[in-house]
Design a protein around this ligand. Structure first.
Ligand code: BTN
Length: 327
């Protein structure tokens, strides 16, 4: 019953989007072959989800404005991907989108499945740090991949996601000078605009799945945070819609992934090298709290590892093992 009601609500919404003129409850009921009471209930649900719907006596219902909430129906309207985001779940609250997607992955969810949340109770970042994001302000989502390449090549995923995000954020309408802190923090002038947390299920022979978790600061104001952070709103001086940004990110992620599968990592590597601002910096690299290398970040090697020139000679560090702090 619940599923049928949800489907009807989506059909009513689609019918309202289709027309610019008001449409009567009677016409909607006839079009969708349901009762007027069912239409009335569906309109109520849409309104409580944030849609502004006028109801003029004798004329009918009219959608005054949609919502900028990343509901699947909003994300999927005009989405240009072939697959990413076509199977999508939205939650007002959950613990972490990565956890929910992992559960779906274990149940057999397909590649490209998307989980979006308005608010995470325990959103997490790399190295057990918390990821905080106020409801309704930003984008917090996870995307499922089922890559067929060898597990040792999995380190390519973090740069791939970082580069996909930068392709969107550096282009119009955003046009921001975003760079990557190795392996994949999104930074503008040293302040964090977004973060990526990739969690894997793999065995020696194959990757079962990869959960790509992304948090992008869109409309956060950050009045009080104890770390250098920024948002698209702070950088551009205006509130920006989240749904088109998510659509662009999904398309860029799909294109970058397809390129990787079809042509290998050559072009990704050269773009990554261009946009990774860590090279040339004095850094300290830690693994589980222990200092493992200190010196000048020298280069990104072909496996996307960071080579650090230390007093004892070059040290190669992989993103799977370390966290990085500016010295
Ligand atoms: C970091 O910079 O340390 C990574 C932050 C990743 C945050 C995102 S928000 C969506 C997804 N769910 C989580 O719990 N974390 C990631």
């Amino acid at each position: 019953m619940k599923k049928l009601e949800t489907a009807l609500t989506q059909q009513v919404l689609a019918a309202l989007y289709e027309t610019t003129a008001p449409i009567s409850g009677e016409d909607l009921a006839e079009k969708l072959a349901v009762s007027r009471t069912a239409i009335w209930k569906a309109i109520g649900k849409l309104r409580s989800s944030g849609y502004k719907i006028d109801a003029a006596p004798n004329r009918g219902y009219q959608l005054v404005c949609g919502v900028d909430i990343p509901y699947p129906q909003e994300v999927q309207r005009g989405l240009e991907t072939q697959n990413f985001g076509h199977n999508a779940y939205f939650y007002q609250h959950l613990v972490s989108t990565n956890d929910t997607l992992r559960t779906l992955a274990k149940e057999g969810a397909s590649e490209g499945t998307l989980v979006i949340a308005e608010q995470q109770q325990q959103g997490r970042g790399r190295w057990g740090r918390a990821w905080q994001s106020e409801a309704g302000e930003n984008l917090t989502f996870s995307l499922l991949l089922r890559p067929h390449f060898e597990p040792r090549k999995v380190t390519v995923l973090a740069p791939m996601v970082g580069v996909a995000c930068l392709k969107v954020l550096r282009a119009e309408p955003y046009g921001l000078p975003v760079n990557l802190k190795w392996p994949n923090d999104l930074l503008v002038n040293g302040k964090k605009l977004g973060g990526i947390l990739i969690e894997l299920s793999l065995e020696l022979e194959r990757i079962h799945y990869a959960v790509l978790g992304l948090g992008i600061n869109v409309n956060a104001n950050f009045a009080q945070v104890d770390f250098p952070a920024t948002s698209l709103k702070i950088l551009s001086g205006q509130t920006l819609p989240r749904v088109p940004l998510l659509q662009k990110l999904l398309l860029a992620l799909e294109e970058e992934y397809q390129e990787l599968i079809n042509s290998g990592s050559g072009s990704l590597l050269s773009t990554y090298r261009q946009w990774c601002e860590t090279v040339g910096q004095e850094i300290a690299v830690y693994s589980r709290g222990e200092l493992v290398a200190q010196g000048t970040a020298q280069e990104i090697d072909p496996d996307f590892n960071l080579v650090v020139a230390t007093a004892q000679g070059p040290v190669t560090v992989t993103s799977a093992e370390v966290s990085l702090r500016g010295s």
